[in-house]
Unconditional design. Sequence first.
Length: 490
Amino acid sequence: MWALVEDVVIVVGGPRTGKTGWLAGRVLDAPGAALVTSTRMDLLDLCGPLRAARGPVAVFNPAGLGDRSSTITFDPLTGCADPVTATERATDMLAAVASGAGGDREFWDGQARRVLAALLHAAALGGKAMAEVLGWVADPDTAGREVPALLRRSGVTAFEQDAMQFLTTNERTRSSITSSVMPALGWLTHPAAAAAAEAGEGFDVARLLEERATVFLLGAEEAQTAPLVCALTGHIAREARRLAAGRPKGRLDPPLGLFLDEAALISPVPLESWTADMGGRGVTIVCAFQSRAQLLARWGEHKAATILNNTAAVMIFGGTRDKSDLEFWSTLAGDRDEKVATTDEHGRVASRSVRKVPVLAPAQIANLPAGRVVVIRRGISPVIGRARMAWRRRDVRRRARGLARVEAESRRHHRREAVRTWADLQVERVLVVLAARWPARFGEAAARLRSSNAMFAELRAIRSTDQPEDRPALIEPADTPHESDGREQR
């Protein structure tokens, strides 16, 4: 089954059901640039080397997963001198720590968004750093002396009004707003995250698209670094949308792929609007969630419904145990007519009728075999198919065999070196014994061999310390073209 590049695809499956393995295949087949989010190293390790055959591969790892350093930095203040960008950046950062809709939460989130947008705008206008934004939130007195003066440089007076309202309001209200803003800045206490957010050359989205690069955004499941991942995702997607407006037919060609694994955990971008708009701009969206309940918890009932309505295809892996989710997917699969015969006491057919039964009962969805998925595609009846895992692809298997050969040759080389070293030491010991008995005859040979063995041991030690790291921070483009079997299953 195929999906158009402009179609939104949602994948639903619990942990270890195979959704990441399927998603890796879509990343490898992406014809243009790709942005990939994940909470683990699987997608980077599997897709990074093969994607490097098409273009540069960059890593943004504010959580420090797998001791992998970031190869790019992203300052959240980038572009915030523009009022619209400042508002969007504040929205993205707060969305990553929002606790969902309900009660007066939306009111306080709205207040926090206005305040954080004003502070980001002020910091960008004044050439400040994110650490000073955190200081302003924590110390309103200092903010009262610095922020209004900076915001007067802006042509938008609403920012100064929002900041002054926050700074002059009563302590209880200010405390409630502060408690909503602070989680979005918690990453500043995380050393790896703070280093990944240092001001640098900036992130060139136009170059990313031109070179068909791949950016891996790695985030831990805790919300501390999620605001950074969400902010960079939003920055790349919105800048790509802006660039698409100037392209022929208003769309990117080849398209930009947004592959958002565990989107609800680390990158809860505004999918309710993106799923309606991005496809027509040449931006392909594929999102993976653990359950529909997770979608509801993060975006709320109404936004989650909008996201699902805008989705062209949903893939449901087995293993779900949530009754509400199972009944929802069963309802989407529809009903079928089943003929029922009623018999009398003698076993003869007394009447025949037709009743409606689910095409897929909730229990059938819950108990799907490993690797099987229910696909609910717009315009066709639901089907049960097999999700093809990326590690079964020919190009992935070919690379795995190559790595296995290299590792085997390396082990053989080390064994040969060990045997050679052992043999040299044995010869040296024999010569030492002989030199002690016949120094005139064997003394010089023993000294030369001892010196030679010491020199080679020192060279081996130097070589072992100078070996390059097995996992480079930036994977450069390879010289060989990308190879694929040309098939794509969705």
